[in-house]
Design a protein around this ligand. Structure first.
Ligand code: FAD
Ligand code: FES
Length: 347
């Protein structure tokens, strides 16, 4: 049996136990401590932290997430780090409100309730919780859906807050040959069983802030933003909100009916659809181009906003560079990078 060690996180002063056969990040989830993370598999760098003291061994990860010079300097990825002594770890990217709000991570049996194409490559999937019939999560969080008959899983964000009738709604981009998403093209049917594990994620609204909200998303990045907009509408929030949504062509603009309904309940919501590849005659040219370029052209006060970004890694990286150049404080930036599950390249 593996040994157990103590991990102390600074500067928040939180202690957890970690077994040698689990990662530090999984140990934190087990104990309701919601550390910053994204892919949970060494691809995105969201969990990068500094090892002040102690011995860790790292499972395989991408050197895009942790460069060799960072590893040499003492940085580690908590989603890949196994403790072999007591550890002292300095979190470099954290939000104390989020860390202390962790919900227990559980595995739940579900059945497929609906599969509905939304565009040529995006599909809505609705699951019904079976056992247990309840999964607590915050809007903006995601679960891992287990691939039937396999050890593999894929991460997908809920597109709506928790419902009383135990429905989980997802918006999923289909990739040709995608091990999970391609199943939505006919292999999965209503009534099929799927296990999900969660909730994960830190892409949640910070209750303590009253700042104006700017959302920017591309493709299936619509999912968690829709969940957050629905939460704002449900709570009667009066915060000013602008949502920039990017697609290549007009047919990629999904969930428009839903957004229109939301605007009735959230009149202060401004929705700015952005098209990068082609647009119909009469389309406002100020909203053509990549979503971060449209945000750059429209927004001159980003530093006083809370900014939420969600979508493919190149979109997030470009938007983060913009936010840095505009002086947006780190604690006002929240993002979910929709990384691909890919082989790791170190070790
Ligand atoms: C925190 C988090 C939340 C996520 N939420 C969502 C969500 O709500 N909706 C959603 O659609 N996705 C989401 N993703 C991304 C999703 O988990 C991946 O895209 C996943 O790899 C797709 O699984 P798959 O089995 O269909 O494809 P895989 O079998 O994993 O991939 C097959 C091939 O498809 C291509 N591919 C797959 N994913 C991508 C991608 N994202 N970008 C470019 N090429 C890709 C690649 O060529 C890849 O080699 C999320 C990811 C993370 C980390
Ligand atoms: S969560 Fe650790 S690298 Fe993505």
């Amino acid at each position: 049996m593996s040994e157990t060690h103590n991990v102390r996180f600074e500067p928040v002063g939180i202690d957890i136990d970690v077994h040698e056969d689990e990662t530090v990040l999984d140990a934190a989830f087990r104990q309701g401590v919601m550390l910053m993370h994204g892919c949970k598999e060494g691809q995105c760098s969201a969990c990068k932290s500094f090892l002040i003291d102690g011995d860790v061994q790292m499972a395989r990860y991408s050197t895009f997430a942790l460069a060799d010079y960072e590893s040499d300097a003492g940085y580690v990825l908590l989603c890949r780090a196994h403790a072999y002594s007591d550890l002292e770890v300095e979190l470099i990217n954290f939000d104390e409100e989020t860390i202390r709000s962790g919900l227990p991570v559980v595995t739940v049996a579900t059945t497929v309730q609906a599969i509905q194409p939304l565009s040529e490559d995006i599909t809505q999937l609705v699951l019904k919780l079976v056992e247990p019939g309840d999964l607590r999560f915050y809007p903006g969080q995601y679960v891992d859906i287990h691939l039937p008959g396999s050890e593999l899983h894929r991460s997908f964000s809920m597109a709506a807050p928790q419902t009383a009738d135990g429905r989980l709604e997802f918006i999923i981009r289909r990739y040709p040959g995608g091990q999970f998403s391609a199943l939505l093209e006919g292999d999965l049917a209503t009534g099929d069983k799927l296990d999900v594990t969660g909730p994960y994620g830190t892409f949640t609204l910070k209750a303590s802030s009253e700042r104006r909200l700017v959302f920017a998303a591309g493709g299936a990045g619509m999912a968690p933003v829709l969940a957050l907009l629905r939460q704002l509408a449900d709570s009667g929030s009066e915060r000013d909100v602008t949502f920039y949504y990017g697609a290549r062509t007009e047919s990629g603009l999904i969930s428009l009916g839903e957004l229109q309904q939301l605007r009735r309940r959230l009149p202060q919501l401004t929705f700015v659809p952005c098209l990068s590849e082609s647009w119909p005659p009469g389309w406002d040219r100020a909203t053509t181009g990549y979503v971060h370029d449209v945000v750059a052209a429209h927004e001159d006060g980003l530093a006083s906003c809370d900014v939420y970004l969600c979508g493919p890694p190149p979109m997030i990286d470009a938007a983060l560079a913009l936010l840095e150049s505009r002086g947006v404080p780190q604690e006002q930036i929240h993002y979910d990078k929709f990384t691909v599950t890919a082989p790791s390249d170190n070790g």
